[in-house]
Ligand binder design. Structure first.
Ligand SMILES: [Zn+2]
Length: 116
């Protein structure tokens, strides 16, 4: 008889878990895309050939993003929770593995976690 009552919080937890996984997956894919672009050699256009020589942290910020709904599929949008975003901006020195050309670029690192 009590099984229904136990099942409800489990269901809610499960759905929250799926939402977080979806949100994390999206930001991960986005980061991969940015990284791929940043590592494209401006000299020979070889994609992903940039090797990181060194890097320097130039900007760091932390904020709460309340509108995470754009990252989620339509049916999950109403249940979206605010997330804590840690953002770091680096200036990076790259060298091309193909032609040896060196250049400087900006790389972003973003970490998302549920806000407290
Ligand atoms: Zn190159």
């Amino acid at each position: 008889m009590d099984q229904g009552i136990i099942f409800v919080p489990l269901l809610i937890c499960g759905m929250l878990g799926i939402m977080m996984a979806v949100a994390t997956g999206f930001s991960y894919l986005w980061l991969r895309h940015v990284e791929g672009e940043a590592k494209r050699c401006p000299q020979c256009q070889s994609k992903g050939a940039g090797e990181v020589l060194d890097y320097e942290l130039i900007e760091e910020r932390s904020y709460i993003e309340s509108d995470v709904t754009r990252w989620l599929p339509r049916r999950h949008r109403r249940r979206a929770l605010p997330v804590q975003v840690e953002e770091k901006k680096y200036e990076v020195n790259y060298r091309c593995r193909q032609c040896g050309h060196e250049w400087r670029g900006i790389a972003m690192e973003e970490e998302r976690s549920p806000s407290k």
